[in-house]
Design a protein around this ligand. Structure first.
Ligand SMILES: Nc1ncnc2c1ncn2[C@@H]1O[C@H](COP(=O)(O)OP(=O)(O)O)[C@@H](O)[C@H]1O
Ligand SMILES: O=P(O)(O)OC[C@H](O)CO
Length: 493
């Protein structure tokens, strides 16, 4: 038997999955780690907690398996999150600054005022926002004592989580990333396939800190930390890995992943499409030197709103309890929640907005709150879906493929189909992120089926068909539009 190991380093947990050569998951190990919130809108992770949880879960997943039967290792990761470490000691100089962190909003405003928006959009496909890595690196160089001098002396390295893991797994031999992770830094020219020297110069980020950018199914060195010697052959940001795992290989295919946040990607083939609706242009994957692009809509809070009901409000004990609550909610109450806990992502990109709930009455209780929380995820996806359909003139997506932890919520998936007015397809394998990383690593080593056969093997678990009347759909969408406008108005006031 030949296996492929996939490491999925997510925002709230690290997972390791062992797939067999038929890409069936055989073993899974998972560990949550601490979220650090040092100030309003700031989010950090302890680099050693990331590393410790990755190593522990990978070791558990390969326990009892002969290392030589593991053909390759694939890595997929929370994107944009920034680590800077010392090239001699491998020690990070600060906690990781997580993608959700908004501390660099003032620097982003400066860049906007200086008129960088057009150049950044045209070269990196992104828009100016604290979400991306670039301003976070600049913040670290500016605020960690001695960091700038050490960076300029060539002693510090930057990486997104994949690069940090590759560096540690290879014992400091390889400082590399893949094209999809590079595409999220706001420092990478996704058309020319190179680091963007002008943006780096403006942010005073030395080019020597940046990793080498390789294909997703490429050579990222070898690790000896898991028993034997295992080649690292697949790397992609988690949303791009999910796009691969969902076999969205054809232009016009779209997937949406529901973890902490929600990220929808539409394959646009070899076309670099600039959005008119403030979606991002990004790299879906790069295979054999060929880049496939995507339009992306990023929503910062999806499953996290359910975590908030559990850990913040203590309305529920387990995420799954939201199903019964939403079903029991009073249909006559129009409670609408805008979960802008860390600002609003696409298509609004409002870093200053904060969450709000509308339509509360004396009759409102936990059930209406839970329904509003789940429905907010469907409303936000609707906005992305509409923006994608407007921006893309190729084959319009007719179906949405979904995956990620929150797709366990049947209520949310049904409401999503109702608000989109289109079918929502949930696959048998919901660990599509890890599956995509495993496929990339297996593709590089030639042990898995090619894209066509892999796509044909994609299996549907359940299709959610829209059943809501057009009138009710329009009425609910109007409530949402109004709630978003009020929330943003409040932030601006
Ligand atoms: N049955 C459920 N109903 C609603 N939300 C759920 C359910 N099960 C899991 N979730 C949510 O899904 C998220 C976990 O998804 P996962 O893909 O593991 O996230 P990540 O990779 O971001 O850590 C959590 O935020 C959790 O609240
Ligand atoms: O860890 P996830 O699954 O919430 O994904 C995080 C994204 O990559 C952030 O862009």
């Amino acid at each position: 038997m030949t296996y492929i190991l996939a490491i999925d380093q997510g925002t709230t947990s690290s997972r390791a999955l062992l797939f067999d050569e038929g890409l069936r998951p055989r073993k899974i190990a998972q560990e949550e780690f601490l979220q650090i919130f040092p100030a309003s809108g700031w989010v950090e992770h302890d680099p050693e907690a990331i590393w410790g949880s990755v190593l522990a879960t990978a070791q558990r997943a390969v326990e009892g398996v002969a290392p030589r039967s593991i053909a390759a290792l694939g890595i997929t990761n929370q994107r944009e999150t920034v680590l800077v470490w010392d090239r001699d000691t491998g020690q990070a100089i600060h906690n990781a600054i997580v993608w959700q962190d908004r501390r660099t909003a003032p620097l982003c405003e400066e860049l906007e005022a200086e008129g960088w928006g057009e150049a950044i959009g045209d070269r990196t496909g992104l828009l100016i926002d604290p979400y991306f890595s670039a301003t976070k690196i600049a913040w670290l160089l500016e605020n960690v004592e001695g960091a700038r001098e050490r960076a300029e002396a060539g002693r510090l390295l930057f990486g997104t989580v994949d690069s940090f893991l590759i560096w540690r797994l290879t014992g400091g031999q390889v400082h590399a990333t893949d094209a999809t992770n590079a595409a999220r830094t706001m420092l990478y020219d996704i058309r020319r396939g190179e680091w963007e020297a002008e943006i780096c110069a403006r942010l005073r980020i030395p080019l020597a800190m940046l990793p080498e950018v390789r294909d997703c199914a490429g050579d990222f060195g070898t690790t000896t930390l898991l028993g034997g010697s295992i080649p690292i052959r697949g790397v992609a940001g988690d949303q791009q890995a999910a796009t691969v795992g969902q076999a969205c290989f054809e232009p016009g295919m779209m997937k949406s992943t529901y973890g902490t946040g929600c990220f929808a990607l539409l394959n646009t083939g070899t076309d670099f499409v600039r959005s008119r609706s403030r979606l991002l242009t990004t790299i879906a994957y790069k295979l054999d030197g060929q880049v496939t692009y995507a339009l992306e809509g990023s929503i910062f809070i999806a499953g996290a709103v359910v975590q908030w009901l559990r850990d913040g409000l203590r309305l529920i004990g387990r995420a799954g309890e939201t199903q019964a609550l939403a079903e029991a909610a009073d249909p006559s109450q129009d409670v609408v929640m805008v979960p802008a806990f860390t600002g609003l992502g696409a298509p609004y990109w409002d870093a200053e907005a904060r969450g709000a709930v509308y339509g509360l009455t004396r009759a409102t209780g936990p059930a209406e709150f839970a329904r509003a929380a789940l429905e907010s995820v469907a409303f936000q996806t609707h906005d992305l879906w509409e923006a994608m359909r407007q921006d893309w003139f190729g084959a319009r997506p007719a179906v949405l493929r979904v995956d990620g932890g929150m797709t366990a919520s049947d209520w949310t998936m049904q409401r999503l189909a109702d608000l989109l007015g289109a079918p929502v397809d949930r696959p048998v394998v919901r660990e599509t992120t890890a599956l995509g990383a495993a496929w990339l690593a297996g593709h590089a080593t030639g042990v898995v089926p090619g894209p066509g056969e892999f796509a044909r093997a994609w299996a549907l678990e359940r299709r959610f068909e829209p059943v809501m009347s057009g009138e009710e759909r329009a009425r609910r969408l109007a409530l949402w539009t109004d709630a978003v406008a009020r929330t943003r108005g409040r932030a601006a006031a």
